[in-house]
Design a protein around this ligand. Structure first.
Ligand code: FAQ
Length: 316
């Protein structure tokens, strides 16, 4: 069968709602796009541990500390599911990680902002995990089986993350004047960067057309951003927190909340490496890589020993 016929059959399967699995024929562009997206997603989960990890030692009580520890560990797990999904496409995990350490790979813009107060931990759960859930619920239905299944598991855990974050914010919003102010300040700093997480507007999103044709994405960046806005504004109103947007208004006709314009210059600056925390994030990952080298060497040595003496090790 020639490649044109294979492509026609592949696209017919996708139109039919079938999942594509690792050993199935797929166009090289489909493979490339998936490796790009899945690896960026994996890097985001791993870098995403840093802003919250920053608060583990300063969580206000034991219950909060336990939840935060569990959440940060979950993000590491998500990174592992995703690197594994990328490997099913023939990608090499070490090369992907090296691209991140060399500053050549993208990861979500949102993790280049600092966590200045405890309220930021609540906001990350409420806004950032909330946004991730909107995006990943779609990705859990995407056309590539291993990525869809990884997202299904991730979404289940992100739901708990969002709840713990919103609960932190509700507690602060109903607390002292100082706590309320802290929550509002956090909303003010994170609202716009969270809207940017969904990617550039539809007219400026070079990958969307191809990704949507192959049902890797089922909705556009703007459609998902709108869904997040419509879900989140009633939640902010319920706790009397203001969205920092003087142009925000409800459109009775469309049933959507309309926002003012997003500062796309800021977004492009951040994804080019000039956000407030880009340098520190990569530096932290490089240190973690260096400090973990002896653990990986020990694990490799153990695996090698197991390979050489399978019977002895199996009995041990
Ligand atoms: N940040 O053509 P498009 C999380 C890049 S996980 C940085 O629209 P596409 C969990 C894009 O890569 C959050 N770069 O691209 C958590 C492309 O560059 P390239 C991450 C961005 O792929 C919670 C260029 O701009 N989630 O939060 C961003 O169609 C709490 C043009 O853009 C995922 O990765 C951005 N925000 O759509 C963890 C989900 N947006 O590669 C810890 C999977 C765009 O051509 C704590 N990914 N760019 O050089 C996706 O859904 C998509 O890739 C989008 C972008 C929606 C991110």
């Amino acid at each position: 069968m020639d490649d044109q016929t294979k492509l026609r059959e592949f696209e017919a399967r996708i139109l039919n709602g079938e999942l594509i699995e690792p050993k199935d024929w797929m166009p090289e562009r489909y493979r490339k796009q998936l490796i790009r997206m899945i690896s960026q997603h994996a890097h985001s989960e791993v870098i995403g541990m840093l802003p919250e990890g920053n608060w583990i030692t300063r969580a206000p009580n034991l219950r909060r500390k336990i939840s935060l520890l569990a959440k940060v560990q979950d993000e590491a797990g998500h990174g592992l599911y995703l690197y594994s999904a990328a490997e099913t496409l023939g990608a090499d995990r070490n090369s992907l990680i090296n691209q991140l350490l060399d500053g050549l790979a993208k990861y979500s813009s949102i993790f280049n902002y600092p966590t200045l107060t405890w309220a930021d931990i609540g906001i990350i759960g409420w806004f950032v995990d909330g946004a991730a859930i909107v995006n990943q619920t779609m990705l859990a239905k995407c056309s590539y089986g291993p990525y869809a299944r990884a997202n299904l598991r991730i979404c289940k855990e992100e739901n708990f993350h969002k709840k713990q974050g919103y609960e932190i914010i509700v507690t602060l919003a109903q607390g002292t004047e100082e706590q309320r102010k802290m929550a509002q300040d956090s909303v003010n700093r994170w609202w716009w960067p969270t809207l940017m997480m969904f990617g550039p507007p539809d007219g400026q999103s070079p990958n969307s057309e191809e990704l949507m044709r192959w049902k890797i994405k089922l909705y556009s960046n703007d459609e998902l951003r709108q869904r997040f806005i419509d879900l989140t504004i009633p939640q902010a109103k319920a706790v009397n927190l203001n969205i920092p947007d003087p142009d925000l208004r409800f459109n009775e006709k469309s049933g959507n909340w309309e926002t003012g314009s997003i500062d796309w210059d800021e977004f492009f600056r951040v994804i080019k490496g000039y956000g407030p925390m880009n340098r520190q994030r990569i530096e932290a990952r490089r240190n973690a890589d260096k400090n973990g080298q002896w653990v990986r060497a020990a694990a490799d040595a153990w695996a090698e020993k197991q390979r050489l003496k399978p019977n002895e090790m199996a009995g041990s």
